[in-house]
Design a protein around this ligand. Structure first.
Ligand code: PSV
Ligand code: MN
Ligand code: MN
Length: 431
Protein backbone atom coordinates (compact mmCIF):
# COMPACT_ATOMS: atom_id res chain seq x y z
CA UNK A 1 0.00 0.00 0.00
CA UNK A 2 1.27 3.46 -0.89
CA UNK A 3 2.09 5.73 2.01
CA UNK A 4 0.30 9.10 2.19
CA UNK A 5 2.01 12.35 3.10
CA UNK A 6 -1.30 14.06 3.85
CA UNK A 7 -4.29 12.61 5.72
CA UNK A 8 -6.51 11.37 2.88
CA UNK A 9 -9.67 11.60 5.00
CA UNK A 10 -9.30 15.39 5.18
CA UNK A 11 -8.85 15.60 1.40
CA UNK A 12 -11.93 13.40 0.94
CA UNK A 13 -13.90 15.62 3.31
CA UNK A 14 -12.88 18.74 1.38
CA UNK A 15 -13.82 17.05 -1.88
CA UNK A 16 -17.22 16.09 -0.51
CA UNK A 17 -17.83 19.69 0.48
CA UNK A 18 -17.05 20.95 -3.05
CA UNK A 19 -18.46 18.02 -5.04
CA UNK A 20 -21.91 19.31 -6.00
CA UNK A 21 -20.59 22.62 -7.29
CA UNK A 22 -17.75 20.86 -9.09
CA UNK A 23 -20.10 18.47 -10.88
CA UNK A 24 -22.34 21.33 -11.98
CA UNK A 25 -19.35 23.29 -13.28
CA UNK A 26 -17.96 20.23 -15.05
CA UNK A 27 -21.23 19.58 -16.78
CA UNK A 28 -21.48 23.21 -17.90
CA UNK A 29 -17.95 23.12 -19.32
CA UNK A 30 -18.76 19.82 -21.05
CA UNK A 31 -21.80 21.41 -22.73
CA UNK A 32 -19.78 24.42 -23.74
CA UNK A 33 -16.97 22.34 -25.27
CA UNK A 34 -19.43 19.99 -26.98
CA UNK A 35 -20.87 23.02 -28.77
CA UNK A 36 -17.53 23.43 -30.55
CA UNK A 37 -17.15 19.72 -31.15
CA UNK A 38 -14.83 18.87 -28.26
CA UNK A 39 -15.43 15.92 -25.97
CA UNK A 40 -14.54 16.92 -22.42
CA UNK A 41 -13.83 13.31 -21.49
CA UNK A 42 -11.19 13.14 -24.17
CA UNK A 43 -9.59 16.34 -22.82
CA UNK A 44 -9.56 15.00 -19.26
CA UNK A 45 -8.04 11.71 -20.45
CA UNK A 46 -5.20 13.58 -22.15
CA UNK A 47 -4.67 15.82 -19.16
CA UNK A 48 -4.37 12.76 -16.94
CA UNK A 49 -1.25 11.77 -18.89
CA UNK A 50 0.51 15.05 -18.08
CA UNK A 51 3.31 14.74 -15.52
CA UNK A 52 5.56 17.47 -14.19
CA UNK A 53 8.71 16.98 -12.11
CA UNK A 54 9.39 18.83 -8.87
CA UNK A 55 12.80 20.38 -8.12
CA UNK A 56 14.20 19.14 -4.82
CA UNK A 57 15.91 22.50 -4.38
CA UNK A 58 12.52 24.23 -4.56
CA UNK A 59 11.19 22.48 -1.46
CA UNK A 60 12.74 24.95 0.96
CA UNK A 61 12.63 28.73 1.04
CA UNK A 62 15.26 29.53 -1.56
CA UNK A 63 16.20 33.02 -0.60
CA UNK A 64 18.20 35.46 -2.64
CA UNK A 65 21.86 36.40 -2.40
CA UNK A 66 20.78 38.92 0.22
CA UNK A 67 18.95 36.70 2.66
CA UNK A 68 17.05 33.53 3.21
CA UNK A 69 13.99 33.38 5.42
CA UNK A 70 13.41 29.74 6.36
CA UNK A 71 9.87 28.83 7.30
CA UNK A 72 8.97 26.69 10.28
CA UNK A 73 8.38 23.12 9.22
CA UNK A 74 10.41 23.21 6.02
CA UNK A 75 12.28 20.00 5.16
CA UNK A 76 15.73 19.55 6.63
CA UNK A 77 16.93 16.61 4.53
CA UNK A 78 16.29 14.77 1.30
CA UNK A 79 13.76 12.35 2.80
CA UNK A 80 11.67 15.21 4.17
CA UNK A 81 11.86 16.92 0.78
CA UNK A 82 10.51 13.78 -0.85
CA UNK A 83 7.72 13.65 1.70
CA UNK A 84 6.73 17.23 0.78
CA UNK A 85 6.85 16.37 -2.92
CA UNK A 86 4.53 13.47 -2.21
CA UNK A 87 2.16 15.93 -0.52
CA UNK A 88 2.14 18.07 -3.68
CA UNK A 89 1.44 15.00 -5.80
CA UNK A 90 -1.24 13.68 -3.50
CA UNK A 91 -3.49 16.69 -3.97
CA UNK A 92 -2.43 17.73 -7.49
CA UNK A 93 -2.11 14.28 -9.09
CA UNK A 94 0.38 15.89 -11.46
CA UNK A 95 3.84 15.60 -9.95
CA UNK A 96 4.92 11.96 -9.46
CA UNK A 97 8.66 12.58 -9.74
CA UNK A 98 11.34 14.59 -8.02
CA UNK A 99 14.38 16.03 -9.76
CA UNK A 100 17.47 15.79 -7.57
CA UNK A 101 20.46 18.11 -7.55
CA UNK A 102 23.93 16.88 -6.60
CA UNK A 103 25.80 17.27 -4.37
CA UNK A 104 23.01 19.18 -2.60
CA UNK A 105 20.94 16.00 -2.34
CA UNK A 106 23.79 13.62 -1.76
CA UNK A 107 22.70 10.95 0.67
CA UNK A 108 24.85 8.26 2.16
CA UNK A 109 22.27 5.62 1.41
CA UNK A 110 20.91 5.94 -2.14
CA UNK A 111 18.80 2.81 -1.75
CA UNK A 112 17.07 4.31 1.26
CA UNK A 113 16.22 7.44 -0.74
CA UNK A 114 14.88 5.35 -3.61
CA UNK A 115 12.82 3.06 -1.36
CA UNK A 116 11.50 5.98 0.65
CA UNK A 117 10.28 7.70 -2.53
CA UNK A 118 8.76 4.50 -3.88
CA UNK A 119 6.86 3.95 -0.63
CA UNK A 120 5.13 7.26 -1.35
CA UNK A 121 4.54 6.31 -4.99
CA UNK A 122 7.16 8.82 -6.12
CA UNK A 123 9.91 8.39 -8.70
CA UNK A 124 12.87 10.40 -9.98
CA UNK A 125 13.12 12.86 -12.83
CA UNK A 126 16.31 14.14 -14.47
CA UNK A 127 19.25 14.47 -12.08
CA UNK A 128 21.16 17.76 -12.06
CA UNK A 129 24.88 18.24 -11.67
CA UNK A 130 26.40 21.22 -9.93
CA UNK A 131 29.78 22.53 -10.99
CA UNK A 132 28.80 26.14 -10.47
CA UNK A 133 29.83 26.18 -6.80
CA UNK A 134 32.74 24.90 -4.78
CA UNK A 135 31.89 22.34 -2.14
CA UNK A 136 33.69 22.07 1.21
CA UNK A 137 36.88 20.11 0.76
CA UNK A 138 36.79 20.24 -3.03
CA UNK A 139 40.26 19.84 -4.54
CA UNK A 140 40.09 22.29 -7.47
CA UNK A 141 37.99 25.45 -7.63
CA UNK A 142 35.32 26.33 -10.21
CA UNK A 143 35.91 30.04 -9.72
CA UNK A 144 37.10 30.35 -13.33
CA UNK A 145 34.90 27.67 -14.81
CA UNK A 146 34.23 23.96 -14.71
CA UNK A 147 33.64 21.93 -17.90
CA UNK A 148 35.27 24.75 -19.88
CA UNK A 149 38.07 25.57 -17.42
CA UNK A 150 41.49 26.36 -18.89
CA UNK A 151 43.00 23.71 -16.60
CA UNK A 152 42.52 20.11 -17.74
CA UNK A 153 42.53 18.73 -14.19
CA UNK A 154 39.66 21.03 -13.19
CA UNK A 155 37.71 19.95 -16.26
CA UNK A 156 38.36 16.32 -15.36
CA UNK A 157 37.04 16.91 -11.86
CA UNK A 158 33.85 18.48 -13.27
CA UNK A 159 33.42 15.57 -15.71
CA UNK A 160 33.92 13.10 -12.87
CA UNK A 161 31.16 14.78 -10.87
CA UNK A 162 28.77 14.45 -13.81
CA UNK A 163 29.62 10.77 -14.15
CA UNK A 164 28.83 10.28 -10.49
CA UNK A 165 25.46 12.02 -11.02
CA UNK A 166 24.68 9.56 -13.80
CA UNK A 167 25.64 6.65 -11.61
CA UNK A 168 23.48 7.82 -8.70
CA UNK A 169 20.62 8.72 -11.03
CA UNK A 170 20.77 5.28 -12.61
CA UNK A 171 20.40 3.62 -9.23
CA UNK A 172 17.40 5.84 -8.51
CA UNK A 173 15.71 5.09 -11.82
CA UNK A 174 16.23 8.52 -13.38
CA UNK A 175 16.60 8.65 -17.16
CA UNK A 176 18.32 11.96 -17.83
CA UNK A 177 21.09 14.26 -16.69
CA UNK A 178 20.62 18.01 -16.87
CA UNK A 179 23.80 20.03 -17.17
CA UNK A 180 23.73 23.71 -16.46
CA UNK A 181 27.07 25.46 -16.01
CA UNK A 182 27.75 29.02 -14.98
CA UNK A 183 30.97 29.10 -17.04
CA UNK A 184 31.72 32.25 -18.98
CA UNK A 185 33.44 35.53 -18.40
CA UNK A 186 32.89 38.77 -16.55
CA UNK A 187 35.31 40.81 -18.62
CA UNK A 188 36.06 41.11 -22.31
CA UNK A 189 39.35 39.38 -22.93
CA UNK A 190 38.97 37.03 -19.94
CA UNK A 191 38.88 34.05 -22.30
CA UNK A 192 38.22 33.19 -25.94
CA UNK A 193 34.62 32.35 -26.95
CA UNK A 194 35.71 29.62 -29.36
CA UNK A 195 38.19 28.00 -26.99
CA UNK A 196 35.79 27.72 -24.07
CA UNK A 197 33.09 26.19 -26.27
CA UNK A 198 35.57 23.73 -27.71
CA UNK A 199 36.56 22.66 -24.22
CA UNK A 200 32.87 22.38 -23.29
CA UNK A 201 32.25 20.01 -26.18
CA UNK A 202 35.28 17.91 -25.29
CA UNK A 203 34.09 17.60 -21.69
CA UNK A 204 30.51 16.87 -22.68
CA UNK A 205 31.66 14.13 -25.06
CA UNK A 206 33.09 12.23 -22.09
CA UNK A 207 29.83 12.68 -20.16
CA UNK A 208 27.75 11.66 -23.18
CA UNK A 209 29.85 8.52 -23.57
CA UNK A 210 28.93 7.45 -20.02
CA UNK A 211 25.15 7.68 -20.53
CA UNK A 212 23.20 4.44 -20.17
CA UNK A 213 21.52 3.48 -23.46
CA UNK A 214 18.07 4.79 -22.48
CA UNK A 215 19.27 8.08 -20.98
CA UNK A 216 19.19 11.60 -22.35
CA UNK A 217 21.55 14.48 -21.73
CA UNK A 218 19.84 17.85 -21.34
CA UNK A 219 21.80 20.99 -22.07
CA UNK A 220 20.34 23.94 -20.16
CA UNK A 221 21.21 27.36 -21.51
CA UNK A 222 21.04 30.67 -19.67
CA UNK A 223 21.68 34.15 -20.97
CA UNK A 224 23.76 35.42 -18.08
CA UNK A 225 24.53 35.04 -14.37
CA UNK A 226 26.93 34.32 -12.80
CA UNK A 227 28.91 35.31 -15.91
CA UNK A 228 27.91 38.88 -16.69
CA UNK A 229 29.87 39.54 -19.86
CA UNK A 230 29.54 36.29 -21.80
CA UNK A 231 28.19 32.85 -20.92
CA UNK A 232 29.44 29.75 -22.74
CA UNK A 233 25.99 28.13 -23.18
CA UNK A 234 24.07 31.37 -23.40
CA UNK A 235 21.13 30.61 -25.66
CA UNK A 236 19.26 27.95 -27.60
CA UNK A 237 21.48 28.49 -30.64
CA UNK A 238 24.61 27.39 -28.83
CA UNK A 239 22.59 24.74 -27.05
CA UNK A 240 21.26 23.11 -30.22
CA UNK A 241 24.67 23.32 -31.92
CA UNK A 242 26.15 21.41 -28.99
CA UNK A 243 23.25 18.93 -28.86
CA UNK A 244 23.65 18.24 -32.58
CA UNK A 245 27.40 17.86 -32.24
CA UNK A 246 27.10 15.45 -29.31
CA UNK A 247 24.49 13.12 -30.79
CA UNK A 248 20.88 11.94 -30.54
CA UNK A 249 20.80 11.53 -26.76
CA UNK A 250 21.71 15.19 -26.27
CA UNK A 251 18.82 17.62 -26.27
CA UNK A 252 18.11 21.18 -25.16
CA UNK A 253 16.36 22.14 -21.95
CA UNK A 254 14.36 25.35 -21.88
CA UNK A 255 14.17 27.13 -18.54
CA UNK A 256 11.58 29.86 -19.04
CA UNK A 257 13.59 32.36 -16.99
CA UNK A 258 16.79 32.01 -18.98
CA UNK A 259 16.09 34.32 -21.91
CA UNK A 260 16.37 38.00 -22.67
CA UNK A 261 13.12 39.80 -21.76
CA UNK A 262 11.79 40.22 -25.30
CA UNK A 263 12.68 36.77 -26.61
CA UNK A 264 9.84 34.73 -28.12
CA UNK A 265 10.17 31.53 -26.08
CA UNK A 266 7.33 29.68 -27.80
CA UNK A 267 9.13 30.15 -31.10
CA UNK A 268 12.27 28.60 -29.61
CA UNK A 269 10.16 25.70 -28.37
CA UNK A 270 8.76 25.17 -31.87
CA UNK A 271 12.21 25.29 -33.45
CA UNK A 272 13.73 22.80 -31.01
CA UNK A 273 10.76 20.46 -31.38
CA UNK A 274 10.91 20.58 -35.17
CA UNK A 275 14.49 19.33 -35.11
CA UNK A 276 13.97 16.70 -32.42
CA UNK A 277 16.04 18.60 -29.90
CA UNK A 278 13.46 19.67 -27.34
CA UNK A 279 14.60 17.76 -24.27
CA UNK A 280 12.51 19.38 -21.62
CA UNK A 281 11.55 22.35 -19.52
CA UNK A 282 12.20 24.11 -16.31
CA UNK A 283 8.90 25.88 -15.80
CA UNK A 284 8.77 29.09 -13.82
CA UNK A 285 7.88 32.70 -14.48
CA UNK A 286 9.77 35.95 -14.38
CA UNK A 287 9.50 39.66 -14.94
CA UNK A 288 13.14 40.66 -15.03
CA UNK A 289 15.54 37.73 -15.35
CA UNK A 290 15.95 34.35 -13.76
CA UNK A 291 13.37 35.25 -11.10
CA UNK A 292 12.15 31.67 -10.59
CA UNK A 293 8.62 32.81 -9.68
CA UNK A 294 5.64 30.44 -9.87
CA UNK A 295 4.84 29.19 -13.37
CA UNK A 296 2.11 31.23 -15.01
CA UNK A 297 1.96 33.70 -12.13
CA UNK A 298 2.93 36.69 -14.28
CA UNK A 299 2.54 35.68 -17.89
CA UNK A 300 -0.04 32.90 -18.23
CA UNK A 301 -0.63 33.76 -21.90
CA UNK A 302 3.00 32.96 -22.69
CA UNK A 303 2.65 29.64 -20.90
CA UNK A 304 -0.45 28.90 -22.97
CA UNK A 305 1.38 29.79 -26.20
CA UNK A 306 4.21 27.44 -25.24
CA UNK A 307 1.74 24.60 -24.68
CA UNK A 308 0.03 25.53 -27.91
CA UNK A 309 3.35 24.82 -29.65
CA UNK A 310 3.81 21.62 -27.68
CA UNK A 311 0.40 20.28 -28.63
CA UNK A 312 1.02 21.12 -32.26
CA UNK A 313 4.52 19.62 -32.16
CA UNK A 314 3.05 16.44 -30.71
CA UNK A 315 0.65 16.11 -33.63
CA UNK A 316 3.56 16.59 -36.06
CA UNK A 317 5.95 14.23 -34.27
CA UNK A 318 3.80 11.09 -34.52
CA UNK A 319 4.80 9.38 -31.29
CA UNK A 320 8.40 10.62 -31.21
CA UNK A 321 7.73 13.48 -28.83
CA UNK A 322 8.67 13.17 -25.18
CA UNK A 323 9.89 16.36 -23.51
CA UNK A 324 10.56 16.17 -19.78
CA UNK A 325 8.40 18.67 -17.95
CA UNK A 326 9.91 19.93 -14.74
CA UNK A 327 9.61 23.01 -12.57
CA UNK A 328 12.50 25.14 -11.39
CA UNK A 329 11.32 27.68 -8.88
CA UNK A 330 12.69 29.50 -5.89
CA UNK A 331 10.19 30.35 -3.19
CA UNK A 332 11.12 33.26 -1.02
CA UNK A 333 7.87 34.46 0.51
CA UNK A 334 5.47 31.54 0.04
CA UNK A 335 5.20 27.99 1.30
CA UNK A 336 7.02 25.92 -1.36
CA UNK A 337 4.29 23.29 -1.38
CA UNK A 338 1.65 25.93 -2.07
CA UNK A 339 3.76 27.58 -4.76
CA UNK A 340 4.28 24.25 -6.48
CA UNK A 341 0.52 23.64 -6.36
CA UNK A 342 0.01 27.10 -7.81
CA UNK A 343 2.38 26.28 -10.68
CA UNK A 344 1.02 22.79 -11.26
CA UNK A 345 -2.44 24.29 -11.71
CA UNK A 346 -1.13 26.91 -14.15
CA UNK A 347 0.80 24.34 -16.19
CA UNK A 348 -2.15 21.94 -16.38
CA UNK A 349 -4.45 24.84 -17.28
CA UNK A 350 -2.16 25.97 -20.10
CA UNK A 351 -2.08 22.41 -21.43
CA UNK A 352 -5.86 22.02 -21.40
CA UNK A 353 -6.36 25.38 -23.09
CA UNK A 354 -3.92 24.31 -25.79
CA UNK A 355 -5.79 21.01 -26.16
CA UNK A 356 -9.10 22.76 -26.81
CA UNK A 357 -7.79 25.00 -29.59
CA UNK A 358 -9.88 24.26 -32.66
CA UNK A 359 -6.92 23.18 -34.81
CA UNK A 360 -8.98 22.43 -37.90
CA UNK A 361 -10.49 25.90 -37.92
CA UNK A 362 -7.11 27.42 -37.12
CA UNK A 363 -5.54 25.72 -40.16
CA UNK A 364 -8.33 27.02 -42.38
CA UNK A 365 -7.93 30.58 -41.12
CA UNK A 366 -4.20 30.33 -41.66
CA UNK A 367 -4.68 28.99 -45.19
CA UNK A 368 -7.05 31.88 -45.93
CA UNK A 369 -4.74 34.42 -44.30
CA UNK A 370 -7.59 35.37 -42.03
CA UNK A 371 -5.32 36.77 -39.38
CA UNK A 372 -7.95 37.96 -36.95
CA UNK A 373 -9.94 34.73 -36.97
CA UNK A 374 -6.77 32.67 -36.53
CA UNK A 375 -5.86 34.75 -33.51
CA UNK A 376 -9.48 34.63 -32.33
CA UNK A 377 -9.25 30.84 -32.37
CA UNK A 378 -6.40 30.94 -29.88
CA UNK A 379 -8.08 33.59 -27.74
CA UNK A 380 -11.29 31.59 -27.46
CA UNK A 381 -9.41 28.60 -26.12
CA UNK A 382 -7.25 30.71 -23.84
CA UNK A 383 -10.21 32.56 -22.37
CA UNK A 384 -12.16 29.40 -21.56
CA UNK A 385 -12.42 28.66 -17.86
CA UNK A 386 -11.03 25.12 -17.82
CA UNK A 387 -10.80 24.74 -14.05
CA UNK A 388 -13.54 22.07 -13.89
CA UNK A 389 -11.54 19.85 -16.28
CA UNK A 390 -8.45 20.24 -14.11
CA UNK A 391 -10.45 19.40 -10.99
CA UNK A 392 -11.91 16.30 -12.64
CA UNK A 393 -8.49 15.01 -13.68
CA UNK A 394 -7.21 15.50 -10.16
CA UNK A 395 -10.25 13.88 -8.61
CA UNK A 396 -9.92 10.82 -10.83
CA UNK A 397 -6.33 10.46 -9.73
CA UNK A 398 -7.40 10.55 -6.09
CA UNK A 399 -6.39 14.19 -5.65
CA UNK A 400 -8.27 17.28 -4.58
CA UNK A 401 -10.92 19.34 -6.33
CA UNK A 402 -9.17 22.37 -4.87
CA UNK A 403 -5.58 21.40 -3.94
CA UNK A 404 -4.77 24.67 -2.21
CA UNK A 405 -7.78 24.52 0.10
CA UNK A 406 -7.31 20.82 0.76
CA UNK A 407 -3.65 21.32 1.62
CA UNK A 408 -4.49 24.17 3.98
CA UNK A 409 -7.19 22.07 5.62
CA UNK A 410 -4.65 19.37 6.51
CA UNK A 411 -2.56 21.74 8.64
CA UNK A 412 0.48 19.85 7.27
CA UNK A 413 3.05 22.61 7.66
CA UNK A 414 2.12 23.43 11.22
CA UNK A 415 2.36 19.73 12.09
CA UNK A 416 5.80 19.53 10.48
CA UNK A 417 6.94 22.64 12.34
CA UNK A 418 6.56 20.67 15.55
CA UNK A 419 8.86 17.88 14.41
CA UNK A 420 11.33 19.38 11.96
CA UNK A 421 14.17 21.49 13.24
CA UNK A 422 14.22 25.00 11.77
CA UNK A 423 17.27 25.37 9.58
CA UNK A 424 19.76 28.10 10.06
CA UNK A 425 18.71 31.50 8.76
CA UNK A 426 22.31 32.03 7.78
CA UNK A 427 23.68 31.67 4.32
CA UNK A 428 22.95 33.02 0.91
CA UNK A 429 20.38 31.88 -1.54
CA UNK A 430 20.24 29.11 -3.99
CA UNK A 431 20.97 30.15 -7.54
C1 PSV B 1 20.33 27.99 -13.10
O1 PSV B 1 19.85 29.28 -12.94
C2 PSV B 1 19.23 26.97 -12.86
O2 PSV B 1 18.08 27.32 -13.55
C3 PSV B 1 19.68 25.57 -13.20
O3 PSV B 1 18.59 24.77 -13.56
C4 PSV B 1 20.24 25.11 -11.92
O4 PSV B 1 20.39 23.73 -11.82
C5 PSV B 1 19.26 25.67 -10.94
O5 PSV B 1 18.90 26.93 -11.49
C6 PSV B 1 19.87 25.80 -9.59
O6 PSV B 1 19.07 26.51 -8.70
MN1 MN C 1 16.77 25.78 -14.43
MN1 MN D 1 17.67 29.40 -13.41
Amino acid sequence: KTQSALPQDIIDRENARLMAAHMADYEALGVRLARVGIDIEHVVDRLMTLEVGIPSWGMVSGGTRFARFPMPGEPTNILEKIEDCAAVHQVSGLTPRISLHFPWDKATDINEVRDFAHAYGMGFDAVNSNTFQDQPGQRLSYKYGSLTHSDAATRAQAIEHNLECIEIGDRLGAKALTVWIGDGSNFAGQNEFADTLERYLESMKSIYAALPHDWRLFIEHKLYEPAFYATVIQDWGTSILCAQTLGPKAQCLVDLGHHAPTVNIELIVARLAQFGKLGGFHFNDSKYGDDDLDAGSLNPFQLFLIFNELVYAETRAKGQFNPAYMMDQSHNVTDPIESLLNSARAIAGAYVKALIVDRKALKEHQANNDVMMAHHCLRMAYETDVRPALAMARLRKGGAIDPMLAFRATGYRAEKAKVRKARSAQGGGII
